[in-house]
Design a binder for this molecule. Sequence first.
Ligand code: UFG
Length: 342
Amino acid sequence: MQKQILVTGGTGYIGSHTVVELQKAGFEVVIVDNLSNSKIEVLDAIEKISGVKPIFEKIDLDDKKATDHFFDQYTKIDAIIHFAAFKAVGESVQKPLEYYRNNLNSLMNLLDNMRRHAISNLVFSSSCTVYGQPDKLPVTEQTPRKPAESPYGNTKAISEDIMNDFCKVNASVNCLALRYFNPIGAHPSALIGELPVGVPGNLVPFITQTAAGLRKELSIFGDDYNTPDGTAVRDYINVVDLAGAHVVAINRLLNKKNKRNFEFFNIGTGNGVSVLELVKTFIEVTGVNLPYKIAPRRAGDIEKIWADTSLANTELGWKAEKSVAETLLSAWNWEKSVRGIK
Ligand code: UFG
């Protein structure tokens, strides 16, 4: 029988790409989203790609009553992927309570309903932000976590702790956290992608919006880091590759291949790429003019991080496949389709 997966935040950036990959793998998807940072039209785009419109319920998971009511109605859920969360690092500094309330309550409301309805499996969106600036690179899952730099980052660390503690006393519940590095790019169809509200805080949306003429120029934050070209280094992971990691994680839990009932994995490419390298690659693959300047460092940024992905490779049998060049091209194709640029 077709297994049913609840995807919270399924109309969002990573959520929508994961829904498509789940459908491709034969799962039935139910999306719950409050549409606070995404559009309902994403459902049509998903249908255009996969041929199937996912079931959708507009619910705020931080609303316990509404969440309980949802789970009372949907009784066939085999597993949950929990994306729904606030995710802007800078905003979280300004609105800590909103971030803690939303991100932590929604997780606890889900876990509570897993217990109430005997739903065994949860895949959770965590982040490499839990490592802070690691002392040694690349980071493995054994690399110690560091105190979070922002309330957003802290919600990811606390969420992992909540799942860990919950799993200790609920042996039938399995939680698997994926610690994403920097997700970028869009679906090759250019029908779904990242759609930030207002001025993008993240690098690639800012690049594509600048290339599209919406922004005057890109500021590269800092060129005096201890890196080969002085600009900060990250591990940029293609969003479709990342979506695929969720399908693998779901299969691991459904097939009871997990070794412990709380596990976590790094999901990146294993390669560090500097801001300047990324900018140059973008210009090269798209042939588009991209005005940029060097600006002061951004507060709270770390210097460099990239993943050791051995555990994901061996344990999950997952590996990132797409190059940064093709990923940047997909991001540009998406921006062009959003802006109606030929
Ligand atoms: N950058 C610029 N100019 C910009 C935007 C970003 O130079 O206009 C630089 C940043 O300073 C950083 C790099 O590009 O060096 C990447 O920045 P992003 O904002 O795209 O990504 P971050 O690495 O800062 O943040 C990401 C996720 C967060 C997560 C964090 C963990 O977006 O959710 O990684 O390190 F918390």
